[in-house]
Design a protein around this ligand. Structure first.
Ligand code: ZN
Length: 138
């Protein structure tokens, strides 16, 4: 069995944002030389997510509004976590959107359903953060 590991670095210039990282994961798969197996992609930070969904602008705005309703940034003082920091909402948003995705690798390609793409979700940005890509198989 072959095994491949790579860290991808992203800096989202705003506090929150979504980035389609499918091209970078595709590059990892090509680099790995693996054609049958599994590809894990996870955020290595507790205020960011990796998730699969549609690359559609309206949907991303809907997600932003929905997450802000569930875990609003302000008032900052509403959260017990916010003693000396202000990112409790980001921890909660990450919990909702998830830590990782696993995508099947078939015939050298990420085996997606229709419209599926891999996204990095940032909830406390403006700094460098890492995503881990681990691919195992033959
Ligand atoms: Zn925190």
């Amino acid at each position: 069995m072959k095994s491949f590991r790579k860290e991808l670095w992203f800096t989202i210039p705003t506090r929150r944002g979504f980035l389609n990282i499918t091209p970078q994961v595709d590059d990892c798969l090509r680099e790995s030389g693996i054609s049958e197996g599994l590809c894990l992609v996870n955020a290595m930070h507790i205020t960011a997510s990796v998730f699969v969904n549609d690359d559609e602008r309206g949907l991303h705005q809907d997600l932003e509004v929905w997450l802000e309703k569930l875990a609003p940034y302000e008032p900052v003082a509403q959260y017990r976590h916010n003693i000396g920091e202000d990112n409790a909402d980001a921890h909660l948003k990450r919990s909702i959107m998830g830590r990782e995705v696993i995508v099947a690798v078939t015939k050298g390609k990420l085996d997606f359903g229709p419209w599926e793409q891999i996204f990095y979700g940032e909830f406390d940005g403006r700094r460098k953060k890492r995503v881990l890509v681990k691919i195992i198989g033959e």
